[in-house]
Ligand binder design. Sequence first.
Ligand SMILES: Cc1cc2nc3c(=O)[nH]c(=O)nc-3n(C[C@H](O)[C@H](O)[C@H](O)COP(=O)(O)OP(=O)(O)OC[C@H]3O[C@@H](n4cnc5c(N)ncnc54)[C@H](O)[C@@H]3O)c2cc1C
Length: 450
Amino acid sequence: MPRVVLNPARDLDENTSLWQATAAPREALPPLAGDITADVIIIGAGFTGISTAYHLARRYPDRHIVVLEARQVGNGASGRSGGMALNWINGVHADTPERARRVYGATKAGLDWIASVIAEHGLNVRFNRIGCLDTYTNNQRAEEAHESAEKLAAWGIPVQYLQGSALESRVRARGVVGAVNDPTTGQLHGLDLLRGLVPILQGYGVRICENSPVVAIEEGKTHVVRTPNGSVRAPTLVLATNAYTARLGYFTRGVFPLHSHVIATDPLPLERWRELGWGDTAGFCDDLDRIAYASMSADGRLLIGGGGNGAYSYAYGGHTAWPMDATAQFTFVHNILKKYFPDAADVRIAHRWTGPVCATMTRVCSIGVTGEHKNVFHGLGYSGHGVVLANLAGQVICDLYSDHHEPWRDLPFYQRRLDGIPPEPIRWVGYQIYTKLTGRSPRKKIADDV
Ligand SMILES: Cc1cc2nc3c(=O)[nH]c(=O)nc-3n(C[C@H](O)[C@H](O)[C@H](O)COP(=O)(O)OP(=O)(O)OC[C@H]3O[C@@H](n4cnc5c(N)ncnc54)[C@H](O)[C@@H]3O)c2cc1C
């Protein structure tokens, strides 16, 4: 059955993120031209697609792997994120020590993988692994977080609750009364990593085609995947398209793109940031349902995103580029910056951008294999928490491709069924009403341990 179709005008953001603006310049890779055959087609060159290509190419050096990217490597969320490389799986609550250690350990291994791949290949990647915070703006929530952090620490998970001067040395944000620090996390320049891996993958024989939007998929025992100037036939397809996946006709009731709006300031010296309230931390997420997130780039730019209905928006029809004037959304985010750091209100905003978060109803992602012939692999639905998980997805997909399911079977994302999102126009109307009435994003509650 042919499946389709990405419309570049509606579905690919045009604006430039901080990461895109500060990555080393490079030549675009040639688009696909002509009809070819391969062993594996990967659609999408973000963290999921590139990490999958990396693991497959190393495990199967003789297989021909083709990556098709609509624009450039890192065009999507991976090149537009808040940069926070975090532990845990969004949407999951694990209430036993074994379960908590298992979930934390899996994502910690993903973080360690990022560090090890950078070290092994000597990549020039800005990765500031000094820890990120979960911050709390309400005494009751802070006290609950304190108790939870002590419980996790007793279970061997190295988080610490911070308050008073210990908190202020990390961040002095107005209204923040406590925070939980995870010292294994950090801020990652995602495009440094992705662009650094391109020549490594090419050295392994992987062909990466940029400016090659997939416009049709004929799924079968052998898939045919078409771009405007060529096609690839292969027995294995990997959907590494996260928030764009429904545009290809897959997971249409399982995921929806939620637009997050982000700003970044001009660079300032670290001493100046200390005066303004930023200390020894790579980033933080606050404690609201529609979180605000902030992180500090290697060259001293404060990045702030999200934070409320004003900055998390759903476009009718599930478009993956924000189709409207975003001035109001950026103003909203700037007001969050001023709220947390009033003394930084006058620092010039140098970058503004949007990116699609791939939200699921429970916020838990899915990594697995589907299709009549069990030859369509996917990793998606990270729900705004995918810098580490999407990098981990490559290893999971490679194991599933090798029919080696055991290492992952017990994790919540394994073959997770995604559904529950109503069709348009109910989706759009429901989203507008729910968010306006509650200030929250619709989500389905799940059992405590999933
Ligand atoms: C604004 C924002 C802030 C975020 N902040 C954080 C954060 O601080 N920490 C965190 O953990 N997570 C964060 N996330 C989430 C995280 O960035 C994503 O979960 C992760 O990058 C997803 O990677 P991916 O490779 O699966 O998808 P993507 O990076 O979106 O890659 C998908 C790729 O597929 C390509 N594509 C789409 N359709 C087609 C087609 N038809 N043909 C060919 N190619 C196609 C796209 O161009 C894109 O390059 C954020 C996301 C956003 C949008």
